[in-house]
Design a protein around this ligand. Structure first.
Ligand SMILES: *[C@@H]1O[C@H](CO)[C@@H](O)[C@H](O)[C@H]1NC(C)=O
Length: 312
């Protein structure tokens, strides 16, 4: 890639989460464990949903896709962070840095749209139950997944094209554990204030648009639930409260990083960790622990594949 002769920076230096060696050793163990849980938990969800015929419905297909996106989201930054805990010099090459920015936005954009798709799916199931199978067929479902990824891709591409062209000529220290867009823009040798605002506003528009769509569908759902019978209502409520929890966990950190940045360094780092480690970790927990069908599928899987052979 030819970036002209203005840019002389070929790598950036990450500060990571801590300077202290013993704290880093501890964090290494903690985050390695969490990351293994993320990969394991989300893989279990994907395997259960693809192999168990009881779970072949749009809601679970979307959930499997969410697990996939969560694994990608975490894998974009966490392995690098973990291996950096053991390194004295935490450098990141220009191209890896750009790819982190690209994938962070592509995946996060995709995840937001997927959460909207999941909310829409629940809206149809609860508010238009008689038409559910005609509205949410497999084609529509795949279409929603495709739209999510495409939105993420276009959103991320628009950022990448701007950032790659920025003149980086000197400062190269990033006070974070990955290349986060606002921090990288600040390193450009130009007055980047307006650009920073513009890029954050772009993320903000995407996030707020998704957030409003989510609010609308959950409001409709809650209104419908309140008018319906008790038995059906409690099941619908438990599904929706899981969704709403996930939405909150995902959107609140995003809003504070991009839409109204607080610029408090420790808080920004905390939110970035929260968003790249805890969100992908909580999704499998929230969905599998609270969902009876998932628990049953797990039991069936265990007794089919791992249980004692030859029992009647
Ligand atoms: C994502 O959703 C599509 C369409 O509904 C489905 O066919 C596919 O298996 C899902 N992907 C994963 C990883 O489960």
């Amino acid at each position: 890639m030819d970036r002209g002769n203005q840019s002389v920076v070929s790598e950036f230096i990450l500060w990571g989460l801590s300077q202290s060696q013993s704290v880093q050793a501890l964090l290494f163990v903690v985050f390695l464990t969490l990351y293994l849980f993320i990969v394991f938990g989300n893989t279990v969800i994907m395997v259960l949903i693809t192999t168990d015929r009881h779970l072949h419905s749009p809601m679970y297909f979307l959930l499997a896709n969410l697990s996939f996106i969560d694994t990608c989201l975490s894998s974009n930054t966490t392995p690098k962070m973990i291996s950096d805990f053991l390194k004295e010099n935490k450098t990141i090459s220009f191209s890896v840095c750009m790819s982190q920015i690209f994938f962070a936005h592509c995946i996060a954009g995709g995840e937001m749209m997927l959460l909207v798709a999941m909310a829409y799916d629940r809206y149809v199931a609860i508010c238009k139950p008689l038409h559910y199978f005609t509205i949410m067929n497999l084609r529509r479902c795949s279409g929603l997944v495709l739209v999510s990824w495409t939105t993420g891709f276009i959103h991320a591409m628009s950022h990448l094209l701007v950032i790659v062209e920025l003149p980086f000529c000197g400062p190269k220290e990033i006070d974070s554990f990955f290349c986060d867009m606002p921090l990288v823009i600040k390193l450009a040798c130009m007055d980047s204030h307006d650009l920073d605002i513009l890029m954050n506003a772009d993320c903000g528009v995407v996030a707020i648009a998704c957030f409003i769509l989510l609010l609308i569908s959950y409001t409709c759902i809650i209104i419908t639930i309140r008018q319906s019978t008790k038995a059906g209502a409690s099941k619908a409520l438990s599904t929706c409260s899981a969704h709403i929890t996930v939405v909150m966990i995902f959107f609140v950190p995003c809003l504070f990083i991009y839409v109204c940045p607080l610029n408090i360094i420790w808080l920004d780092k905390f939110l970035a960790v929260f968003y790249s480690v805890f969100t992908p970790l909580l999704n499998p927990t929230i969905y599998t622990m609270r969902n009876k069908e998932m628990k049953n599928a797990m039991k069936r899987f265990i007794s089919n594949h791992l249980g004692p052979k030859g029992n009647l």
